[in-house]
Design a protein around this ligand. Structure first.
Ligand code: ADP
Ligand code: MG
Length: 430
C-alpha cells in the first residue's frame, strides 16, 4: 500500500462491514484522512457535531481498523474543518508521479495519442505544436499529459514546465485581476518552455480568461515553446470557445482517445494489479473487463477495492467483483443536478456570485445571469416552474418571464446559445 489515502480506503471498508450502513454513510464516509505521524492518525470531521459523535461512538472502531491494516496499535484523533489545505497541490503532485509512459497501456483506442505524446515528449516545441488530446472522461488524457510532463522533466531538467488545469487557470486569472497582479500571472505563464493545460474546455465563454490564454498562447507559440492541451471534446464542439483560440488549437495536432477494447481493458486491469503486486484470477479479470467498458478510472477503482479486501483477508472472486461492479454502476447513474449547482456554474461563467443571482438586484449583468440560470435549471432538471422559482427565491411568473426572455435571446443570438450549451455540458459532465 503506498499512500495514506489507500490505507484510509481499507479502514473505511473495515468500518463499513461492522456498523449499520446509515451510520457508516453519515459518520464515517464523510471523514477525511489528514495524516499519520508517530502512530497517531488524524482524521478530519466536517463539523463539531460529527467530531463529537465519532469520538463518543466510533473511535475504537477506527483505531481497530487502523491496527488491522498496520499491525500495530494506532491512536486516532479527530479535527474539524471544511477542506484540506493545499488539496489542489497534493493532488497535482500525486498525479505527477503516478502517471508515466511505462504504466500506460497502449491499445488500438489510444495508439495514436500515445505515439504523438511520445514524439512531443522527445522533442518539445518541434514535433507537434500545439498538441491537443481529446476524449471522454476517464480514458487517459490526464495520464498521457503527465507522462509527457515527466518525460520532459527527466530529459530537460532546465526547461521551465508549467502545468495547470483549465479551471485553475481561470481562477488564477480572476484572482490576479482582483488583486491587480496580472503581471505575476503573465510572468509565470510566459516564461514557460512547456505549457500544459488539462481540461481546457472550462475556459470557454470566460472573456478575460480567454483573452489571457490567447495572448499567452501567441507569446509562447511565437518562441517555439510547446503547448499541450486536453479537452473532453474537439475545439469545434466547445461552443463558446473564442474563435481565435479554436483556430490556434486546431492548427497543431489533434489526437483522440477512444474507449478501450476488451483486450486493452484486460491488460489495464492486469497492469494495475501488478503495480500493487496483487494477483487477480484470469476469470475475474475477464469478468470485470466484460462488465466495465467505458471508463478506465472505474477499472482502476475496482482493482483498488479488490486489493483493499485482499488486505483484509478476502481474495478476489467472481461474486465479490460482481457486487463491486453493481455498486459502481449504481454510482454511475448521474446524480440529479441541483439548482444550487446550476447557479454556481452560471455564476462562474458570468463572473457573478450565486448570492447576486438569487438577490433582487436588477443590473444588467446579474439579471442576465439570473435569466440564464433559470433557463438552464428548467432545461436540466425539468422541475416545475414553481419549484425552480423557489430555488431562486422567486415566483412562478418571474420564472416564466425569464424562460421567455432567454428563448427569444437564443433565437436572435447564436453566442448566447453556444454559451448555454457549454454551461449545460460542463454541469452534466462533472
Ligand atoms: P481523463 O483525464 O481522460 O479523464 P485519466 O487520465 O485521469 O482520464 O485516467 C483515468 C484513470 O485511468 C487514471 O488513473 C489512469 O491512470 C488510468 N488510465 C487511463 N488510460 C490508461 C492506460 N491506457 N493505461 C493505464 N492506465 C490508464
Ligand atoms: Mg483528466
Amino acid at each position: 500500500m503506498n499512500s495514506f489515502h489507500e490505507v484510509w480506503e481499507n479502514v473505511s471498508i473495515y468500518c463499513r462491514s461492522r456498523i449499520h450502513e446509515v451510520a457508516y454513510n453519515t459518520w464515517i464516509q464523510t471523514l477525511q484522512p489528514v495524516e499519520l505521524k508517530n502512530s497517531i492518525v488524524t482524521v478530519r470531521a466536517k463539523s463539531d457535531y460529527q467530531k463529537l459523535i465519532v469520538e463518543s461512538h466510533y473511535l475504537e472502531l477506527l483505531s481497530d481498523g487502523f491496527e488491522e491494516i498496520f499491525g500495530f496499535p494506532i491512536t486516532v484523533q479527530i479535527t474539524v474543518g471544511e477542506t484540506e489545505p493545499q488539496k489542489q497541490n497534493t493532488l497535482l503532485d500525486e498525479t505527477e508521479n503516478k502517471y508515466t509512459f511505462d504504466n500506460f497501456v497502449v491499445g488500438s483506442s489510444n495508439k495514436f495519442a500515445h505515439a504523438a505524446s511520445l514524439a512531443v515528449a522527445k522533442d518539445p516545441g518541434h514535433a507537434y505544436n500545439p498538441f491537443f488530446i481529446y476524449g471522454s472522461p476517464g480514458l487517459g488524457k490526464t495520464h498521457l499529459l503527465n507522462a509527457i510532463r515527466n518525460e520532459i522533466k527527466k530529459n530537460n531538467p532546465n526547461m521551465t514546465v508549467v502545468y495547470t488545469q483549465g479551471e485553475s487557470f481561470m481562477n488564477e486569472i480572476l484572482e490576479a485581476i482582483n488583486n491587480v497582479s496580472t503581471v505575476d500571472f503573465r510572468e509565470k505563464y510566459r516564461k514557460a518552455d512547456v505549457l500544459f493545460i488539462d481540461d481546457i474546455q472550462f475556459i470557454a465563454g470566460k472573456e478575460a480568461t480567454q483573452v489571457e490564454f490567447f495572448n499567452t498562447f501567441e507569446a509562447l507559440y511565437r518562441d517555439n515553446k510547446q503547448i499541450i492541451v486536453t479537452s473532453d471534446r474537439l475545439p469545434k464542439d466547445i461552443k463558446s470557445l473564442d474563435e481565435r483560440i479554436r483556430g490556434r488549437l486546431e492548427m497543431g495536432l489533434m489526437a483522440d482517445i477512444q474507449q478501450p477494447d476488451f483486450e486493452t481493458r484486460v491488460l489495464i486491469i492486469r497492469k494495475k494489479a501488478q503495480a500493487l503486486n496483487f494477483h487477480i484470477p484470469d476469470i475475474v479479470v475477464q469478468f470485470i473487463a466484460n462488465q466495465l467498458k467505458n471508463n478506465i478510472r472505474q477499472l482502476e477503482g475496482i482493482v483498488n477495492k479488490l486489493y483493499a479486501y485482499h488486505n483484509l483477508g478476502e481474495e478476489p472472486t467472481l461474486s465479490g467483483a460482481s457486487t463491486l461492479i453493481n455498486e459502481i454502476k449504481k454510482d454511475d447513474m448521474p446524480e440529479p443536478i441541483t439548482i444550487d449547482q446550476i447557479i454556481e456554474n452560471v455564476g462562474s461563467a458570468f463572473d457573478v456570485t450565486p448570492a447576486d443571482i438569487c438577490s433582487g438586484k436588477q443590473n444588467a449583468e446579474i439579471a442576465n445571469a439570473r435569466h440564464i440560470a433559470i433557463y438552464i435549471a428548467r432545461q436540466v432538471t425539468g422541475l416545475p416552474l414553481k419549484t425552480i422559482g423557489k430555488g431562486f427565491g422567486r415566483n412562478h411568473a418571474t420564472v416564466s418571464a425569464s424562460l421567455k426572455k432567454v428563448e427569444s435571446d437564443i433565437k436572435r443570438n447564436t453566442r448566447i446559445k453556444a454559451t448555454i450549451e457549454d454551461i449545460i455540458k460542463n454541469i452534466t459532465a462533472k
